[in-house]
Design a protein around this ligand. Structure first.
Ligand code: NAD
Ligand code: LMR
Length: 329
């Protein structure tokens, strides 16, 4: 049986970067046929229909079927995986949280449609910003679907953090691991290097050799670079990240389905781990085991790290209060 994957905002930039890689097997592997459902709003249908024509022209051996629709009931019918991308991107000078008013209204109805129509093994990856709180809204509206099935993308932040560390120690990005993102996919996020490894051994000494005072480098260079990379891309490119976001979406969803051999990062529902209020969708260090994300527990957070985690979690609490006040939870 093929896997049914719903992609919302499929006529947009990230949608276009996702579709062909999924059809080529990059997300679920070379042996898993896929059926794609492309959800758009009426204004986006033509772009999605065009992408569907191009998918045909790719003659992908794994691609069984493509359907384009503006009806969430049709789009999520029998879906095993939902990539919730469709939402407005921010422009220069905005923070992602500024999108709450414009985007939050999208995710309640989609959560409800998922609950009503998706397959019982549905896995949801929320990409549209602000991703953590949009995932919270969708999960809250999806009565009967466990909150653990709703996740927010912070893999792009982790990839950025690994890439910046790799540059600092002049090593390939793939050799740097265990760089979890804590908190919100926002400027308050905390990319944590205290457990980072380089080819399986602690990276701390190699980093100190290159940058000197590691704490100062983290505060002045590394954390701002990673946490504000989305804004940097907007400034340089003129619009927000696309291919790197699609790549991270594919990696997040692939790891969720097929498992991980080390830690990674994902926005997942808190059950109170590390003192994060229950129910928030917060980024943690995670592993994927037997098709489920598990938070890596028992890590030490010193006072400096704890304060950074707390600040980002406080922002998530504030976002939750805002959407509560808007009547969206
Ligand atoms: P885009 O404007 O190119 O595409 C968005 C698409 O969504 C449009 O085609 C639009 O018609 C569609 N859409 C809007 N409302 C919809 C709805 N209710 N149902 C279905 N489709 C709908 O934007 P993009 O560059 O593809 O970015 C999409 C979102 O992803 C933005 O919110 C952006 O900020 C976010 N993003 C998140 C990350 C992350 O790491 N979490 C990274 C990059 C971008
Ligand atoms: C990103 O991190 O690139 C995205 O969330 C887009 C943005 O607004 O920064």
């Amino acid at each position: 049986m093929a896997t049914t994957i719903t992609i919302t905002g499929a006529g947009g930039q990230i949608g276009y970067a996702l579709l062909f890689r999924i059809a080529a097997g990059d997300m679920l592997g070379p042996d898993e046929p896929v059926r794609l459902r492309l959800l758009e709003i009426p204004q986006g249908l033509k772009a999605a229909e065009g992408a569907a024509l191009e998918l045909q022209d790719g003659a992908f051996s794994l691609l069984e079927h493509v359907e384009v629709t503006d009806d969430p009931a049709v789009a999520f019918d029998g879906a095993n995986i939902a990539l919730l991308v469709g939402a407005r991107p921010r422009g220069p000078g905005m923070e992602r949280g500024d999108l709450l008013a414009a985007n939050a209204g999208i995710f309640g109805p989609q959560g409800a449609a998922i609950a009503a129509h998706a397959a019982s093994d549905i896995r949801v990856t929320v990409v549209g910003n602000p991703a953590n709180t949009n995932a919270l809204i969708a999960a809250s509206a999806a009565g009967g679907v466990p909150a653990e099935r709703f996740t927010a993308l912070t893999r792009l932040d982790e990839n950025r953090a690994r890439a910046q560390l790799a540059l600092a120690v002049d090593a390939p990005a793939a050799s740097v691991r265990r760089v979890p993102i804590w908190g919100n996919h926002s400027a308050t996020q905390f990319p944590d290097i205290s457990h980072a490894t380089l080819d399986g051994v602690p990276l701390a000494d190699a980093l100190a050799e290159r940058v000197g005072d590691v704490r100062a480098w983290q505060e002045q260079t590394f954390i701002p670079r990673v946490a504000k990379r989305g804004a940097e891309i907007i400034e340089v490119r003129g619009s927000s990240s696309v291919a790197s976001a699609a790549n991270a979406t594919i990696e997040h969803t692939r790891d969720w389905v097929t498992g991980t051999d080390d830690w990674t990062s994902a926005g997942v529902v808190s059950h109170g781990e590390y003192g994060v209020p229950e129910g928030l969708i917060c980024s943690f260090p995670v592993r994927s085991i037997d098709g489920r994300w598990e938070i890596v527990e028992g890590l030490e957070l010193d006072d400096w790290a704890r304060a950074r985690v707390d600040a980002s979690v406080a922002e998530l609490v504030e976002e939750r209060e805002t959407v509560l006040a808007l009547g969206m939870l």
